[in-house]
Design a protein. Structure first.
Length: 91
């Protein structure tokens, strides 16, 4: 996993009180009992802290944390110097 995964883990554990033992690469937001409002807040935190637009619909239900980590990592790598990031699908 990239350096993004520990940041995701930190946000989920500290902000949303998800037990760290449940934050696995194959976990989904649904399996972590994150409802759509929590996922929207998670997406806002990602945008605020990493400057990456993460569409809550892309993060919810089907995408695993490994998928989300890959998506965010790719968006960070592709981000132009202006700080705006690409918005591709996690799958």
């Amino acid at each position: 996993m990239t350096a993004i995964h520990p940041r995701i883990t930190e946000v989920l554990a500290h902000t949303f009180k998800v037990p760290a033992a449940e934050i696995l690469p194959d976990s989904t937001m649904d399996s972590l009992e994150m409802d759509s409002l929590a996922v929207a807040e998670f997406a806002a935190i990602i945008k605020e802290t990493l400057g990456i637009h993460a569409d809550p619909d892309q993060l919810y239900r089907n995408a695993t944390l490994a998928d989300i980590t890959e998506f965010i990592g790719a968006a960070v790598a592709e981000a132009p110097a202006s700080g705006e990031a690409a918005t591709s699908s996690p799958r």
